[in-house]
Write a protein that binds this ligand. Structure first.
Ligand code: PLP
Length: 378
């Protein structure tokens, strides 16, 4: 079977797996003051350096979390709580209509503590509308949250431009970069973000771990979890050293082959689409085709119900029709809704992702299988 659902979760890099296996065999709490503890702490600090290097941060600015969901919650709830206790008058947050649910829900929660939340629209191409966003940002805006790349369409967002808008009024910028880090160059200084979320399992690391970048210049968010004061007081709980070691190794590998991976993924997607077109399969791209994560795309196949196709292919070519977090739900995608994709095309929408571990024959075989299934459906 060919797995093309790497935006839900990417396969584990063998290097990350090896790092974890070695770490599991060496028990030790990173906070313990003996050799085993020191060894575990060293693993965590090495990984912190690797994750920091991947995004152009300094080690002290990386807080390990259980994933991007937690990082998003920490940035949004944490910044709001810090504003309230710190005496800031700012009670306004802006997010986009295509954010991951962990950003949207975290923002909506703030309404209960007196915040107003505005949702910035996107264009039909799935890119945040900078003019509309600028109009929503106010003098009392505390935080703007815009993702680096969307998880359903793979469309990259203009983060540096958003940063300029947010910073012009003294607002903070949070960026959910779960899908972008490790796949395209992401540099916290170039993007000028204050907070940025990273997920390990989207970049060939293990599930259950991620990070929040907290700029040294930004106000300290209030932690969600309190207790032992780990992670510089921003995230209590014993650091899972083996998971973090796997994440750090995945970050190193991603950094060393970022361009190579991108070129490879792009070329496979190109071959796949070319093959589909030779099979007379008519597709429509949902999203700005010139600004996509390498190897990933959201397409609608003319006249083919995506749910049925994905079901038929479930054991041969694994694809998904939307974000994994919403699958199982019959609800249509809030992302495609926000892009004003028409009903027919929405039902035809598929998300496909080629990556590091696919080969050219995989791309050809996936196109062949898809073409055959489409012919059978017709
Ligand atoms: N943000 C985006 C854009 C995602 O695609 C995901 C993945 O589901 C998340 C956040 C959540 O990440 P995690 O699974 O690490 O909690």
């Amino acid at each position: 079977a060919i797995y093309l659902d790497g935006l839900s979760t990417a396969p584990l890099a063998p290097e990350a797996r090896a790092a974890m296996l070695a770490a599991w065999d060496q028990p030790g709490n990173p906070s313990s003051p003996h050799a085993a503890g020191e060894r575990a702490a060293a693993l965590v600090e090495t990984a912190r350096r690797s994750v920091a290097d991947l995004v152009g941060a300094s080690s002290a600015e990386i807080v390990f979390t259980s994933g991007a969901t937690e990082a998003n919650n920490l940035a949004i709830a944490g910044a709001a709580a810090a504003a309230i206790t710190g005496g800031s008058e700012r009670r306004h947050v802006v997010v986009t209509s295509i954010e991951h649910k962990s950003v949207l829900e975290a923002a909506w929660r703030l309404r209960a503590v007196g915040f107003t939340v505005d949702i910035a629209p996107v264009t039909k191409a799935g890119v945040v509308d900078l003019g509309e966003l600028a109009a929503l940002i106010r003098n009392d805006t505390l935080l703007v949250s815009v993702m680096a790349a969307n998880n359903e369409t793979a469309v990259l967002q203009p983060i540096a431009e958003v940063a300029a808008l947010a910073h012009a009024v003294g607002a903070l910028l949070h960026c959910d970069a779960a899908q972008a880090v490790g796949k395209v160059p992401v540099d916290v200084i170039d993007l000028d973000v204050d907070f940025m979320s990273v997920s390990s399992h989207k970049m060939y690391g293990p599930m259950g771990v991620g990070a929040l970048y907290v700029s040294a210049a930004a106000p300290r968010p209030t932690p969600l979890l309190v207790g032992g004061g780990q992670e510089n007081g921003l995230r209590a709980g014993t650091e899972p050293a083996p998971l973090i070691a796997g994440f750090g190794t995945a970050a190193e590998v991603a950094r060393s082959r970022l361009e190579k991976d991108a070129r490879h993924a792009k070329s496979l997607l190109g071959a796949f689409l070319q093959d589909l077109s030779e099979r007379q399969v008519k597709i429509h791209v949902n999203g700005n085709v010139s600004k996509l994560l390498p190897g990933a795309i959201n397409i609608s196949i003319d006249g083919i119900d995506a749910q049925s196709l994905a079901m038929i292919m479930a054991r041969t070519v694994m694809i998904s029709t939307g974000s994994a977090c919403n699958s199982g739900q019959i609800n249509s995608s809030h992302v495609l809704d926000a892009m004003d994709v028409d009903e027919k095309r929405k039902k035809e929408a598929l998300r496909i992702c080629f990556g590091r571990y696919h080969s050219d024959p995989d791309a050809r075989e996936a196109a062949r299988q898809l073409g055959d299934a489409i012919n059978r459906m017709r």
